[in-house]
Write a protein that binds this ligand. Structure first.
Ligand SMILES: Nc1ncnc2c1ncn2[C@@H]1O[C@H](COP(=O)(O)OP(=O)(O)O)[C@@H](O)[C@H]1O
Ligand SMILES: [Mg+2]
Length: 168
């Protein structure tokens, strides 16, 4: 695992190169195991960049055993059989079909669980500030670069914990 750390007063970020899909899912699981009520994880990256696979690993880290599917045509899926509820939202169509307000995005963000958004940049203005952003970038057939960026105390704590866990 290769990682680079950059810290500024405004935010901190690390880049991790995932050399296969199993590694992306394992990283998601590591994060999921550390999440707490109210955490928001914002995923961005093109179709096929690995956002759903990462979320499936994250669900495992929350001890969720239900199959986590892509929410693309449903906008949001809720999983309640784990340590905490997981709200898995796809903002791709959300941005096309409804305003975040109408959709009730706030109810998820203020709910009892963890919210993970794919295509989160489309609803950036509706998100709280202290969110862990993860940008997925295609680097090759089996390689994806994941850049984790913290924007506040809680997301920074998550980023630091993840960094320790993977020895980055
Ligand atoms: N290192 C990797 N991390 C994540 N996905 C990978 C990786 N290498 C190959 N893939 C493949 O890329 C695709 C990612 O799909 P998916 O997770 O649904 O992406 P997204 O939700 O961003 O559209 C899957 O077919 C997966 O097997
Ligand atoms: Mg997806």
């Amino acid at each position: 695992m290769r990682a680079q750390t950059q810290a500024t007063t405004a935010h901190a970020s690390i880049e991790i190169l995932c050399t296969d899909v199993a590694m992306t899912r394992a990283l998601g699981k590591q994060l999921g195991a550390r999440l707490a009520r109210g955490d928001v994880i914002a995923l961005q990256g093109d179709l096929g960049a690995g956002k759903t696979n990462f979320t499936q690993g994250l669900a495992q880290g929350l001890d969720i055993h239900d199959d986590v599917a892509s929410p693309t045509f449903i906008l949001a899926n809720e999983y309640r059989d784990g340590r905490l509820p997981l709200y898995h939202i796809d903002a791709y169509r959300l941005a096309e079909t409804a305003h975040a307000d109408d959709f009730g995005l706030d109810d998820y963000l203020n709910g009892d669980g963890v919210t993970v958004l794919e295509w989160a940049e489309r609803v950036r203005a509706a998100l709280p500030r202290d969110v862990l952003w993860i940008a997925f970038e295609y680097r090759g057939e089996n390689e994806r670069a994941l850049t984790f960026t913290a924007h506040g105390a809680r997301s920074r704590a998550l980023l630091d914990a993840l960094q320790n866990a993977v020895g980055a």
